[in-house]
Write a protein that binds this ligand. Structure first.
Ligand SMILES: Nc1ncnc2c1ncn2[C@@H]1O[C@H](COP(=O)(O)OP(=O)(O)O)[C@@H](O)[C@H]1O
Ligand SMILES: [Mg+2]
Length: 254
């Protein structure tokens, strides 16, 4: 039986002036899997996310989502097709409440704008119910009415994931979700990523914490200086000499 591929990037390339930030990268993400994308700082991981999510149009190559070419489409269209993401630099509306931040993530499903999402019509009451459900799932239910700015760093990262889930994605891109988290928060995050995958959402994970990546992913693609240097299971990747070499200095700290 062939695996059902949800996302495929083919020869994906982007240049910024003289720099080829992502250079003919290929990988396939099976539906339902947790797929890791790792590599040293500056390797091109966030740039890959930006091309998949529509923030950047690639110079060449393809992004194929459920059989459809999506490269170059604007982010809201990519989101409407079922791809949601979080950001390496936390990107919340700090003065809005936790619940309102999640409601913002619903707007591609409800076809209501940011401000109409604050009105309490019957339809919006359903939206609120749905968003409170997501907050409960992300263990932020008791923080719904607090300002986003009052959350701890780890909680803000969970809120970013909550907002991404509000668009009911088929695939979730997480860009360094454990950055700034303490050990206990990372343990929780690991469980959360598994819970998200158990809901049938395919996860593409960029993360520097190697313990987390190795524990939670099924397959890993490694990039360095914009190029794919390895692909395999976590066990294979940990023993791959090219990967160890790429991480020398930084250390493949599992
Ligand atoms: N908009 C941009 N303009 C110019 N260079 C960029 C831009 N975005 C990313 N880069 C460069 O592309 C390379 C890859 O960056 P990035 O994807 O952020 O790496 P990573 O997420 O793997 O740490 C870096 O050299 C970075 O400076
Ligand atoms: Mg990055």
């Amino acid at each position: 039986m062939t695996e059902n591929i949800m996302l495929e990037v083919q020869d994906l390339t982007i240049r910024f002036g003289g720099l080829v930030a992502v250079n003919a990268v290929n990988f396939q993400v099976p539906a339902g899997s947790i797929f890791g994308l790792i590599g040293p700082n500056g390797a091109g991981k966030t740039t890959l996310f930006n091309m998949i999510s529509g923030v950047y149009a690639p110079t060449s190559g393809k992004v194929i989502f459920n059989g459809q070419e999506i490269q170059g489409r604007p982010p809201y269209k990519v989101n409407a097709l079922g791809i949601a993401r979080t950001y390496q630099n936390i990107n919340l509306f700090k003065k809005m409440t936790v619940l309102e931040n999640v409601m913002v993530g619903c707007h591609t499903k409800t076809h209501s704008g940011l401000f109409s999402s604050m009105l309490h019509t019957p339809k919006q009451r359903d939206v609120i119910k749905k968003c409170l459900g997501i907050l409960d799932f992300m263990e932020l239910g008791d923080k719904a009415e607090l300002k986003a700015s009052s959350l701890s760093y780890g909680e803000q990262r969970r809120l970013e994931i909550s907002r991404a889930l509000a668009s009911e994605p088929k695939m979730l891109l997480l860009d360094e979700p454990a950055a700034g988290m303490n050990g206990a928060e990372k343990e929780d995050l690991q469980q959360t990523i598994r819970k998200i995958a158990d809901k049938g959402i395919t996860v593409l994970l960029v993360e520097h914490d190697m313990k987390l990546v190795m524990n939670v992913t099924h397959q890993i693609c490694v990039i360095s200086f914009g190029k794919r240097i390895a692909f395999g299971t976590p066990e294979e990747i940990q023993q791959n000499p090219d990967v160890i070499e790429a991480y020398l200095g930084g250390g493949l700290d599992v």
